[in-house]
Design a protein around this ligand. Structure first.
Ligand SMILES: [Cu+2]
Length: 155
């Protein structure tokens, strides 16, 4: 009986760890979804099939407390994502995507997915100091590894 109970607990623990791997709950370590009324600057982002992001204007350094509106568009032929995180969460996300390449992110406030030609807006409040900075990344399978991530200083 005890063994069965332990197995159930282990299964529950594994599935909750798995759920957090779907990155809905963990983003308060690097901020939270922002409100349009609080936006301090707007940055145009293009997701490029060369596995790069193009920022206009450049992001530079983010000041703690800033709320940034990212207007993200995909002018290419491939689907891309734009995901906000810190180095640890983005590494975990990339690892997750290797295991589940078809994973969807529509319910995740840190991420927008863009089909070719799509444009989406993501507003984020950077209200936490993050040692190691913010990492912006694409998590379509293989893109992170191909270099589609960039690190931004947050002071
Ligand atoms: Cu991509």
């Amino acid at each position: 009986m005890k063994t069965i109970l332990l197995a159930v607990v282990a299964t529950l623990f594994a599935s909750s760890a798995f759920a957090s791997g779907q990155h809905a709950g963990d983003h308060d370590s690097f901020g939270r979804p922002g409100r349009a009324a609080d936006v301090t600057r707007t940055i145009q982002v293009r997701t490029l099939d060369t596995m790069k992001f193009a920022f206009e204007p450049a992001v530079g350094t983010i000041s703690k407390g800033e709320t940034i509106r990212f207007v993200v568009s995909n002018p290419g032929q491939l689907t891309h994502e734009f995901a906000i995180g810190d180095a640890a969460s983005q590494r975990a996300h990339a690892e997750m995507m290797r295991k589940m390449p078809g994973m969807q992110h529509e319910a995740d406030p840190t991420t927008v997915s863009l089909a070719p030609g799509a444009s989406k807006t993501l507003i984020w409040k950077f209200d936490k100091a993050v040692s190691g900075g913010i990492v912006l990344a694409c998590h379509i399978a293989g893109h992170y590894e191909a270099g589609m991530h960039t690190q931004i200083k947050l002071n």
